[in-house]
Design a protein around this ligand. Structure first.
Ligand SMILES: NC(=O)c1ccc[n+]([C@@H]2O[C@H](COP(=O)([O-])OP(=O)(O)OC[C@H]3O[C@@H](n4cnc5c(N)ncnc54)[C@H](O)[C@@H]3O)[C@@H](O)[C@H]2O)c1
Ligand SMILES: CC(C)(O)[C@@H](O)C(=O)O
Ligand SMILES: [Mg+2]
Ligand SMILES: [Mg+2]
Length: 347
C-alpha cells in the first residue's frame, strides 16, 4: 500500500492502481451484497456497485418514497429488491445504510441473519462506537468493516458517472475470517471511491461528526447568516449581500482553493483583500476555536450521539425537519440565492 507524506506525516493510502476494479470483483465474486436502506448513500453505493459488475440486492421498508425510488432506479421487487429481513437473509455482505437512528430500530432483524463468516458493513462508525446507546453489538464470528465516502451519496454517484470519484475512509472493527481488510478495500473500490484512507471506527465517527457540525455544514451555514445579516442591516441589497457572502465563495474562490490551496486563492486576489483577510483571520480563529473545542468534546463524550438518537427516533422527525429546511429555503438570504443562481452566465 502506498505511503504518502501528508505535511510531514506518513500515512497509508490504497490506490486503484494497487487494487484495480478487476481485483475487487475477483475478491467478491462469491458474495451477494445487500444494500440496506435506499436514502442518500444507498442509491449512490448500490448503483455504482451494480454498474461496476457486483452482485447487488436492495433491502428497504416497503411502500415509502425510498422503495419507489429503488423501483424507478431499476431494482425489481422479488428479484433485486426485498424487505429488509429477506435481503439480509439472501446476502453474505450486509451494507447497513439506514439512517444512524434507523439502524437501532432494525438491528434485531439484521442481527438474526448474521451467521458465521458474513460481513457487516457501515459507512459511519456511529452504531458501533456508541453501542452503549445503540445496542449494535455484532456477533464475534462476522467481519465488521467500514467504508465511509467523504462526501454526499449524491456526489458519489455524480462523480462516478463523470468517471471521477469521492475518496473514502476505510476501517476494520472485527476480522473474523481473516479477509475483512481485503473485503473493505474491494467494497471501497466497488462503491466508486477514488483513494482509500485507513482509519478506525472511532476516529471516523469523531472526525465526521465534528466536520459536518463544523466547517462543512453547521459553521458554514451560521457564518453565512451572520455576515449576510450584518450587510443587510447596514443597508446593502439582498443581491449584494448574497453575492458577497455565498455566490463568490462557491463560484469563484473555493474552486481556486480546491485547485491549488489557500495561498493560491489569496495570490489571485488583490493586495487589499490579502492584507485584510490575513489580519482578520486571527480574530475569526480566536472566536471560533473554543466552539470547535466544545463541539469535539460533545462528540467524544457521546452527548452528541444521544441528541441524534433521541431526535432521529422521534416519529415526527421528518415533518419537523421539513419545517426547519423550509425556514432556511424561505429566508431572504436563500430566496436571494435562488434568484442569484439563475443569473450564472453560461457563455
Ligand atoms: N448521506 C450521506 O451522504 C452520507 C455520507 C457518508 C456516510 N453516511 C452514513 O451512511 C448511512 C446512511 O445514511 P443516509 O444519509 O443514506 O441515510 P438516510 O437518512 O437517507 O436513510 C436511509 C434509509 O433509512 C430508512 N429508515 C430510516 N429509519 C428507518 C427505520 N426505523 N426502519 C427502517 N428503515 C428506516 C429510510 O427509509 C431511508 O431510505 C449512515 O450511517 C450515515 O451516517 C451518509
Ligand atoms: C455528507 C457528509 C456530511 O459528509 C456525511 O458525513 C453525512 O453524514 O451525510
Ligand atoms: Mg456524517
Ligand atoms: Mg461525512
Amino acid at each position: 500500500m502506498a505511503k504518502i507524506n501528508f505535511g510531514g506525516v506518513q500515512e497509508t493510502v490504497i490506490t486503484r492502481e494497487e487494487f484495480p476494479l478487476e481485483k475487487a470483483i475477483d475478491t467478491l465474486k462469491y458474495e451477494t451484497i445487500a444494500i440496506i436502506g435506499y436514502g442518500v448513500q444507498g442509491p449512490g453505493q448500490s448503483l455504482n456497485l451494480r454498474d461496476n459488475g457486483f452482485n447487488v440486492i436492495i433491502g428497504q421498508r416497503k411502500g415509502g418514497k425510498s422503495w419507489k425510488k429503488a423501483i424507478a432506479d431499476g431494482w425489481i421487487e422479488g428479484e433485486t429488491l426485498f424487505e429488509i429481513e429477506e435481503a439480509c437473509d439472501n446476502a453474505t455482505i450486509i451494507q447497513y445504510l439506514l439512517s444512524d437512528a434507523g439502524q437501532i430500530d432494525a438491528w434485531q432483524q439484521v442481527k438474526k441473519s448474521l451467521t458465521a463468516g458474513k460481513t457487516l458493513y457501515f459507512s459511519h462508525g456511529f452504531g458501533i462506537i456508541f453501542n452503549e446507546q445503540t445496542n449494535i453489538i455484532p456477533p464475534a464470528d462476522v467481519d465488521v468493516i467500514l467504508v465511509a465516502p467523504k462526501g454526499s451519496g449524491t456526489s458519489l454517484r455524480r462523480l462516478f458517472l463523470k468517471g471521477e470519484g469521492v475518496n473514502s475512509s476505510i476501517a476494520v472493527y472485527q476480522n473474523a475470517t481473516g479477509r475483512a481488510y481485503e473485503k473493505a478495500i474491494a467494497l471501497g473500490i466497488g462503491v466508486g471511491s477514488g483513494y482509500l484512507f485507513e482509519t478506525d471506527f472511532r476516529k471516523e465517527v469523531y472526525s465526521d461528526l465534528t466536520g459536518e457540525r463544523g466547517i462543512l455544514m453547521g459553521a458554514l451555514a451560521g457564518m453565512f447568516e451572520a455576515q449576510y445579516e450584518v450587510l443587510r442591516s447596514n443597508g446593502h441589497s439582498p443581491s449584494e449581500a448574497f453575492n458577497e457572502t455565498v455566490e463568490e465563495l462557491t463560484q469563484s474562490l473555493m474552486p481556486l482553493v480546491a485547485e491549488n490551496g489557500m495561498d493560491w486563492m489569496f495570490a489571485n486576489t488583490s493586495v487589499t483583500a490579502q492584507r485584510g483577510a490575513l489580519d482578520w483571520k486571527g480574530k475569526f480563529k480566536q472566536a471560533a476555536k473554543p466552539i470547535f473545542e466544545q463541539l469535539y468534546e460533545e462528540v467524544a463524550s457521546g452527548r452528541e450521539a444521544t441528541r441524534v438518537i433521541i431526535e432521529g427516533s422521534s416519529p415526527d422527525y421528518r415533518e419537523k425537519l421539513d419545517v426547519e429546511l423550509a425556514e432556511i429555503r424561505e429566508s431572504e438570504l436563500w430566496k436571494a440565492g435562488a434568484a442569484v443562481r439563475k443569473l450564472r452566465p453560461k457563455l
